[in-house]
Ligand binder design. Sequence first.
Ligand code: BMA
Length: 365
Amino acid sequence: MTRILLALFMLSGVFASAQNPMPADKKATKETVKLYQNLIELKKKGLMFGHQDDLAYGEGWYGEKGRSDVKDVCGDYPAVYGWEIGHLELGDEYSLDSVYFKDIQNWIKTVYERGGINTMSWHLRNPYTGGSSWDVSSKKVVAAILPGGEKHELFVSWLDELANFLNGLESADGTKIPILFRPFHEHTGSWFWWGRNLCSVDEYKALWRFTVDYLQNKKEIHHLLFTYSTDRFKTEAEYLERYPGDEIVDVLGFDLYDRGSYYKGTLKSCAEKVTKLAVEKGKVATVSETGGPIATNHEWWTEVLDILKPYELSYVLVWRNPFRPTDHGNFAPCKGSPDSDNFIEFYNDPHTIFQKELTSKQVYK
Ligand code: BMA
């Protein structure tokens, strides 16, 4: 009898945890837990649309209150907003993309109040050489910033800057605003100092573990959902090779840009694998960065939607619309852009989710 009762009790626990998935951080704030659980629910309803630096600038404008290229086209804001904090570690006032950190903090609050979702990437400088994230001249960087390494103290001081910034993300009533934090991304490629050919598997995992442990246990930061995001990959084993662990990661993502004929097949294959893994692990799956040739392929939006529709993905985020010339063009539509009609079709599709469909109640409560 006791055994039967015990078995029933354990089974009820299994059901409860399936119904109430929890983020990896056992001390996650109430709103962070809710965000995680709502992300799991929302991905069953549809695919959220995200855009990098959506509120900060766009085609021909910078810092106009309330403006968004996406809103200019479809009358609605994205559901997910990407922010980039590279150069925060230097104590600078603005990011490598020339956005003031104070403004980013304010926009993050605006997004939270309206029930949108904030995600943050970090193209942090190379702490060993002093170069940029893209400085891959040394393979010693990761080892040098781990405990005992010659640049460890410097790296810790950068995490302190990050912690100050994160602690400043508070709503009007003092609630810490949950963030999907996505550090050390695209590590299956070798263009950042934390990339595949630049450090060993163990070093990469140790970098993640140290960072998460420092933020959670030394800085008491518990309003983050950690996002692991590779570049393109072929197999689950490749995807997981440098995965730091279920006890650390909440969101499984990958970045993939459309720069040729490989894109569609690879997008499908990566989406399929990442959603399968997310279901197995009870995590959230996402296309954490993408972008395509929308200036020339005016049907790109619905083509991508057709590929992603079968999979339970939380969101797809397209990269920024640079306000001054850089090495890429716009990844989101803007007023009058030739892909606009197709984007509106994408917007009107019942499967896509934009800001108006989300309310703060739905996402954080
Ligand atoms: C890259 C480009 C760069 C930018 C960097 C960080 O993909 O958009 O211009 O500085 O991301 O946001």
